[in-house]
Design a binder for this molecule. Structure first.
Ligand code: NAD
Length: 437
């Protein structure tokens, strides 16, 4: 194990003790039903609810949402699929306080991911949390610590990690079929809509807006803050890089074979196209350098990310994709579709295609809870590293600078304004994590 990896694990508090605690909490009988609550059954949360309520090995005891309509719709879905009505909770603490609940699926907006996960882990629950697992770099660290402290399973919702066609691609890359991978590039190239410009107004009577805001600064409601579109606002989301981009960044890091944060990051970008309220760049080019320490080949490696969310065409055949540049060839991959691998002079060496496998990602999480599998495919560290890239790029775009980053201390060492954005402002709220300072 390299010094850097050892330091990272030490700082994250993840080690053998935590893993053995997790196995001690495995469900006694492998065939026992796992009782879950779904928190935030909106867009992606509905996809989870649909799969979970059709899974005979799972009992969906709760659907929890601060929007009355969404909560009622999710309850109907569970009833029609499983034949049993779930309990409906407006406050996630009801779910965390219930001793029968083994695990929660958190599909809220990003600003709730870390606070909800930490509360759930500290209540003894296993956690499946949507990507990006944290809203800022500091929260990723707090989540790692909560996993280690409680010895529970935490799976991040980057389902490519459980998708067979992508697993095969990674095995081929790691076996050296195109030599040493020196550089990986991930991209997000698609046409998004404008969110327009709005003024504050009264929230719908069916929405508890104060609870929706939760630990974030309390801004006035306006109709283009939610649902779904919160991802374009600094206080609640991480832009499209943290939305679709983070899937490809996660696969790019996996293929590149790095297991620490980068040591430097830069990003140029901004709102070049949309004239609306969204705050994140619609055009973004980011580059990250990984230090020699942590790379078995003793060389630096580079990650690149490109984003143009105004383009009605794809890149290299894939709307969201990755390229892996090896010393003997290149692989082009679309995480929801498949890949092609080429040797010198673009000779096609191999290709494969297949769908993304969300049910398999659920199964890996549920089997780890049962103890019939021992390795989470998208653990908190994978989530922390992929979202760290998103946060560093977004910070670099905001301050317009090359950032020097200490990958172990998780501090930006050459720019105080940028370093202030490693964490965020919270309001005084029951969900604000302890130790945020
Ligand atoms: N893995 C994937 O492929 C994938 C795809 C889409 C979205 N996502 C992720 O899923 C998450 C949700 O995205 P979305 O597009 O479904 O958003 P959304 O706005 O449609 O849904 C979020 C839901 O959370 C609810 N909510 C907010 N605060 C809550 C609280 N305190 N307690 C309970 N419920 C609360 C909202 O009312 C809403 O129904 C995001 O993190 C996103 O990145 C993942």
């Amino acid at each position: 194990m390299t010094t850097q990896r050892r330091d990272f694990l030490k700082t994250a508090g993840i080690g053998a003790a935590a893993l053995s605690m997790a196995s001690q909490t495995a469900k006694a009988a492998a065939n026992e039903q796992i009782t879950v609550g779904v928190i935030g059954p909106g867009g992606m949360g509905t996809a989870h609810t649909r799969l979970l309520s059709a899974n005979k090995d799972v009992r969906v005891k709760y659907v929890c949402d601060v929007d009355d309509n969404r909560r009622a719709k999710a309850a109907e879905l569970v009833k029609s699929s499983s034949g049993k009505s779930p309990e409906q909770a407006k406050d996630m603490r009801t779910v965390f306080d219930d001793k029968e609940v083994d695990a929660v699926f958190i599909a809220t907006p990003d600003h709730w991911h870390a606070p909800a996960s930490i509360l759930a882990l500290d209540a003894g629950k296993h956690v499946y949390v949507e990507k990006p697992c944290c809203h800022n770099i500091r929260e990723g660290r707090l989540m790692s610590e909560a996993v280690a402290r409680n010895g529970r399973c935490l799976q991040v919702g980057t389902q490519s990690r459980s998708t067979r066609v992508i697993e095969e691609a990674m095995q081929r890359l790691h076996a050296g079929e195109i030599g040493e991978i020196m550089v990986a590039k991930a991209w997000n190239s698609q046409r998004r809509g404008s969110i327009g410009k709005q003024q504050p107004s009264d929230p719908p009577t069916t929405l508890d807006f104060d609870s929706w805001v939760g630990p974030a600064p309390l801004v006035p409601y306006q109709s283009n803050l939610l649902h779904g579109v919160w991802r374009w606002w600094y206080d609640f989301g991480c832009g499209d890089m943290g939305n679709d981009g983070v899937h490809d960044i996660d696969v790019a890091l996996w293929g590149l074979g790095v297991d620490s944060h980068p040591s430097s990051a830069t990003c140029m970008g901004g709102k070049y196209f949309f004239d609306d309220d969204q705050q994140f760049p619609d055009t973004q080019y980011a580059v990250f350098e990984y230090p020699v320490d942590g790379n078995p080949q003793g060389r630096k490696k580079q990650l690149i990310f490109e984003q143009r969310i105004w383009s009605p065409y794809v890149q290299e055949g894939y709307e969201n994709g990755c390229a892996f540049y090896g010393t003997n060839g290149v692989m082009i991959l679309g995480h929801t579709q498949g890949w092609k691998m080429y040797g010198p002079r673009m000779k096609l060496l191999a290709e494969n295609a297949g769908p993304v496998e969300l049910p398999r990602h659920h199964a890996n999480f549920l089997d780890c809870i049962r103890g019939t599998q021992t390795k989470l495919n998208a653990d908190v560290k994978a989530g922390q590293l992929a979202s760290g890239i998103v946060h560093l790029a977004n910070i670099a775009a905001r301050v317009g600078s090359v950032l020097h980053f200490d990958p172990v201390k998780e501090q930006i060492t050459n720019n105080d304004d940028a370093n202030a954005l490693v964490r965020r402002q919270y309001r005084d709220h029951w969900s604000t994590p302890n130790r945020v300072g």
